[in-house]
Design a protein around this ligand. Structure first.
Ligand code: GLN
Length: 390
């Protein structure tokens, strides 16, 4: 029997990020394959949150059952306390925070809450791979604004003209996957101004908020007039090295939050209760934790960037997040997909072809993305394996 997939789903590519990771593993096995493709840590999370997760499981009782759909009070209160401190204004755990299954569900819930079929959503290109399928799932159309290498700035006029009568939302990801760009205050001020003038909802994915090596992390929600219209998404995956726990959250004004909670209820009901309790312990970690976290990532970044440049790639140091878009024109005439394939076959090194972050694939043909949430030994092993390709 042949089944017909819906037109929406039929048009989706498989996740290239996961495919590259799995192909490399299949060819070389876990002992040899070096995974610079899928951005997840190969080291342990902070022990405090693992202990807290174990304690929550041991305590049992209601922790084995649904938490309140939009998040266990313990976690929402911890998020509120943390965010109020960072934003220097009260964030209300009762009416402004929703806990979801990772930032990925958060993005979909935010779009379902704000966007109608036929609307347009502005997306900066290159983009993290789920933003476009998410936009299509809600029946809207993405409208792209290019970020241009090497410094990944956008043209203010191109942004202005991307706002049309149909624009409902704009997705801003800072620090940015895949480029490492950290949106400047001036860039965010322009986005804020356009959103206010045109009545557009900004949805900001700030999952890499603690990974800013250069400059400052500015939340759009902290700019004047923006708290009452912005949906801010973050989560535990990157900050506490627990990408498999699937704990994310949204912070939005009460009216938007009420919508988000309904969508979330119908999408997933809720996320793992004991792990919510554990993430609350993470949010109570002292500043020293974040300082160490950042300095360890800086070391990984510097090792990878210097190593790639020494091997003939063209890479500038990312200001944030844990990815680099590496130019390989000096190394090969191949396109990005063939080159990434060659890296897997000859070096056992998985990367992501640049074009998979673009709606206009030709723009990514001479880049591959490396992610670096990896132990220094892993990065060194990967660089050694790449030594032969020049
Ligand atoms: N955010 C991670 C990345 O960009 C993981 C993505 C995924 O698993 N599809 O690599």
């Amino acid at each position: 029997m042949s089944v017909r997939l819906s037109g929406k789903v039929d048009g989706f590519p498989d996740s290239v990020i996961r495919n590259m990771t799995m192909r490399n593993l299949r060819l070389h096995g876990p002992a040899r394959a070096v995974n610079f493709a899928q951005g997840f840590p190969d080291f342990e999370p902070p022990p405090e949150i693992v202990v807290a997760a174990q304690a929550a499981l041991d305590r049992g009782g209601d922790y084995h059952q649904y938490a309140i759909t939009w998040g266990a009070p313990t976690l929402r209160e911890a998020i509120a306390a943390y965010q109020s401190r960072v934003w220097d204004r009260p964030v209300d755990a009762e009416n402004e925070i929703s806990v979801v299954c990772g930032a990925t569900e958060g993005m979909l819930a935010a779009l379902f809450t704000t966007v109608e079929p036929g609307d347009e959503v502005i997306v900066f290109e290159p983009f993290y791979e789920c933003y476009v399928p998410d936009t299509v799932l809600v029946g809207a159309r993405p409208r792209f604004v290019p970020l241009r290498s090497p410094d990944w700035r956008f043209d203010p006029d191109e942004l202005r003209s991307a706002f049309t009568a149909r624009t409902k939302a704009i997705i801003v990801n800072t620090p940015h996957n895949p480029t490492g760009k950290v949106f400047s205050r001036a860039e965010l001020q322009l986005i804020a101004k356009l959103c206010q003038e045109r009545g557009v909802t900004p949805i900001t994915d700030e999952i890499y908020e603690h990974l800013v090596y250069e400059g400052e992390h500015v939340s759009l929600a902290t700019l004047p007039g923006m708290a009452e219209r912005t949906i801010t998404i973050s989560g535990a995956s990157k900050t506490y090295s627990v990408t498999g726990w699937r704990i994310g959250w949204l912070i939005a004004p009460p009216q938007l939050t009420a919508g988000i909670r309904k969508v979330h209820d119908y999408l997933t009901v809720g996320t793992a209760h004991p792990l919510q309790i554990a993430v609350a312990a993470g949010l109570r970690l002292p500043d020293a934790f974040y300082e160490r976290y950042l300095s360890e990532y800086r070391e990984r970044r510097d090792l990878l960037v210097a190593g790639l440049n020494a091997r003939g790639f063209t890479v500038s140091s990312p200001a944030g997040a844990y990815y680099v878009m590496a130019g390989f024109s000096r190394l090969s005439q191949l396109d990005d997909e063939a080159f990434a394939e060659q890296l897997i076959e000859t070096a056992g090194v998985a990367t992501v072809p640049g074009s998979s972050f673009y709606a206009h694939p030709e723009l990514g043909r001479k880049h591959v993305r490396f992610s670096f949430p990896k132990r220094l030994e892993t990065i060194e092993r990967g660089l050694e394996a790449l030594a032969g390709i020049a």
